[in-house]
Ligand binder design. Structure first.
Ligand code: NDP
Ligand code: OXD
Length: 307
């Protein structure tokens, strides 16, 4: 089997070497080496415009959970199966990130950080996590992990998803009709949806206004879910108390973007769940080995749904 390996990240060679160690029987090229040869399989992350042109891959393995950028590539062959990373060490990180945000908003640590800048010594009313409800949009692999983790910590947790879910300790809502009820009781909203035509711009003024006054937003899915000017307007109006944004409409976020300096906004550079090379390459190695044996491979993207 011949594998064309491409990564926009600096550690492309290291990643490919790790994968090659799992698949000693395969032959590898690191893009753009071997670009004029035929390959059976592509392993890629943020491929350049000419990566798919005229290449008859039998399968494509995405080195990430989200495939939104890949599916927008006009040269992506329509009938070639695309597989994504499933958790691969990202779930534990997402749990930590959501827990950090939940504790921050529960205990007003963001407010105390602002107060410190003004040498202000002022205690706020205490709150307990049993009455602080975290709502998670998207109960897929990562959303379910976050839901279970926060529920285990003692937070009230609810989740909203396209299809019905049953998760112990988590109040589950499904479909558009249940969205309003889900939002009305959510103090901290975590977005873990994939980016698709149906979810682009979903975090807009209309939706965020349905959260109770004083709620917070944690955006960790993809930047284009959020209409950033709507968020700023709701923060400035006092409807939302804070936003923790790990994904932005433009990454890196330009230095002059108003979100950088907004007092109620915390920004991290797309690190809520980073790719762990060793776990990711082991998983992709297992997927390619199963594919080579003609066995079913998990993590297949449904092109119709867009994730
Ligand atoms: P999954 O595909 O496992 O889960 C997606 C979930 O979203 C599914 O439960 C799906 O519902 C639900 N969903 C999809 N569309 C809609 C919709 N229109 N309305 C309601 N629910 C919907 O993905 P993962 O959990 O693995 O990852 C989620 C996203 O997290 C990724 O797509 C990626 O964008 C982002 N991500 C961000 C990272 C970061 O560092 N910031 C790291 C990794 C991922 P159903 O069950 O019905 O299909
Ligand atoms: C992913 C990501 O989708 O890192 O895997 O954002």
């Amino acid at each position: 089997m011949k594998i064309l390996f491409q990564s926009a990240d600096a550690d492309a060679q290291e990643s490919m070497d790790l994968l090659a160690a799992h698949l000693p029987w395969a032959r590898f090229h690191l893009w753009p080496d071997g670009k004029d040869q035929a390959h059976d399989v592509a392993v890629c992350w943020k491929p350049p415009a000419d990566f798919f042109q005229g290449r008859g891959f039998r399968a494509i393995f995405n080195m990430g959970a989200g495939v939104d950028a890949l599916l927008l590539d006009p040269a992506l062959p329509a009938d070639t199966p695309v597989y994504r990373l499933e958790d691969a060490g990202m779930g534990a990180q997402m749990e930590e990130y959501a827990a950090w945000a939940a504790l921050t908003y529960l205990r007003n640590f963001n407010v105390y950080a602002r107060q410190q800048k003004q040498a202000q010594w002022k205690q706020l009313e205490p709150r307990v996590r049993e009455s602080f409800t975290v709502g998670i949009m998207g109960l897929g692999l990562l959303g379910q992990r976050v839901a279970r983790y926060l529920s285990g910590m003692g937070f009230m947790v609810r989740g909203w998803n396209r299809s019905e879910r049953r998760i112990e300790g988590v109040q589950c809502y499904a479909g558009e009709a249940a969205l309003g009820e889900f939002l009305a009781g959510t103090r901290m909203l975590v977005c873990l949806l994939p980016l698709t035509p149906a979810t682009r711009g979903v975090l807009n003024r209309e939706l965020l206004s349905q959260l109770p006054r004083g709620a917070a937003l944690v955006s960790v899915g993809r930047g284009p879910h959020l209409v950033e000017e709507d968020l700023i307007a709701l923060l400035d109006a006092g409807h939302l108390a804070g936003a923790t944004l790990d994904v932005l409409s433009r990454e890196p976020l330009p230095p002059d973007h108003p979100l950088w300096r907004h007092p109620l906004v915390t920004i991290t550079p797309h690190i809520s769940a980073q790719t762990l090379l060793s776990e990711s390459m082991r998983q992709i190695g297992d997927k390619i080995a199963a594919f080579a044996r003609g066995e079913p491979v998990s993590g297949l993207i449904d092109r119709g749904k867009g994730y």
